[in-house]
Design a protein around this ligand. Sequence first.
Ligand code: NAG
Ligand code: NAG
Ligand code: NAG
Length: 398
Amino acid sequence: MGPSFNCWPTSRMFMNLKRIRKCQLVQLMTSCLLLSVVMICWEQLDLVVVSHVKSYSFRYLNSFCYVNRSLTIPREQARSFSDFPYLLDHPEKCADEDVLLLVFVKSFPENFERRNAIRFTWGNERYIQNTLGMTVKVLFALGTVERKSTEPFWSKKSDSSFRRKLVREDTLYGDLIQKNFKDSFHNLTLKLIMQFHWMHSRCAHARFFMTTDDDVFVHMPNLVRYLQELSSKGVTDFWTGRVHIGAPPIRSKDSKYYVPYEMYQWSAYPDYTAGAGYVVSGDVAHKIYHATLTLNASLYIDDVFMGICANAVNVSPQQHVYFAGEGKAPYHPCIYSQMMTSHGHVKDIYDLWRVATHPKVQQSTSGLFGKLYCTVVRMYLLCKPQFVDTYPCKAAFL
Ligand SMILES: *[C@@H]1O[C@H](CO)[C@@H](O)[C@H](O)[C@H]1NC(C)=O
Ligand SMILES: *[C@@H]1O[C@H](CO)[C@@H](O)[C@H](O)[C@H]1NC(C)=O
Ligand SMILES: *[C@@H]1O[C@H](CO)[C@@H](O)[C@H](O)[C@H]1NC(C)=O
């Protein structure tokens, strides 16, 4: 477009026939070039632009009632997604206590270290009770590890020693909830259903429910303060996290999130929050539980399935800028004073917990000067163009 644009307005008055031809030639060549670029990139354009245009229009036409209708199945059939027996369970975990928050951490059975890191940092129930004066229950949601039949005969032995290790861990800490389905990425929806069913039958009085991953850092003091405030206002119909609005299904087979047409035929998902961590109020948790009783849960992306359930019961998510999706928070006291969750912490979780909950954080970030200083720092940390996804720029101004 550049050359033809340049030659047009400046030389208009003096243009002779020759120049017009020259100009047209340039124009023609540019158009050809553009067209071929478009042709070459069409596949990418189609994937990214067209799918988003389609998904946004689908969303604005509010066509999700079709999704709801066609994914509704008879209760007897829906039961197949939830009736796996418990292998580890703690029915008394919440009994007779005023539970502010029930947290489920999705964890693979192998991740002993990650669970321990959480128990000794942000998921330490005793610390929360003693320093924040609130009851929070932290449980780990597990499936089972299946050995492939191609493994040698002695794998049976290692299987049972693995099992023993898990049972020992559970005896020690009493916080594993495990059902008899294979723990895999494509079974996360079964895990999600397990969490809502567990809450419904064993912790129905908890005021809030949260689900998160074992590589997520939760700033428990900030979260508890926030939820206490909401609770005192008697909030209902509440669902917050990092919101995905009108996201299109990914049809590229290379993606981890690939979903075939047979599984989900529409061009957009209902709005949902990133599975890395989100919170719902107790009433929403019960509605979601009821939705899971009549929905086809074969769509294996658990956070999207949550969106489908919420859509069926007319609940929509609201964005909280300090809940992370894929993103990792910058390390800075001005971030620690606000953060709720941050993704991708395994090795650094002990250090982060220590610095992020240090009393100095509140001291240095409060008062007029502290607030001004932190706004500037956060603008610098969050508003510069960057390739890593973290909190949005507008979070700088809270
Ligand atoms: C999900 O769990 C079920 C029950 O254990 C198992 O049969 C199935 O293969 C698992 N699916 C995936 C994708 O792992
Ligand atoms: C649920 O959806 C899957 C496709 O994702 C389909 O194969 C299956 O038959 C459906 N189940 C029921 C009970 O309709
Ligand atoms: C979704 O479908 C179920 C079952 O047909 C129905 O009870 C419910 O009202 C529907 N939800 C919405 C929001 O239309």
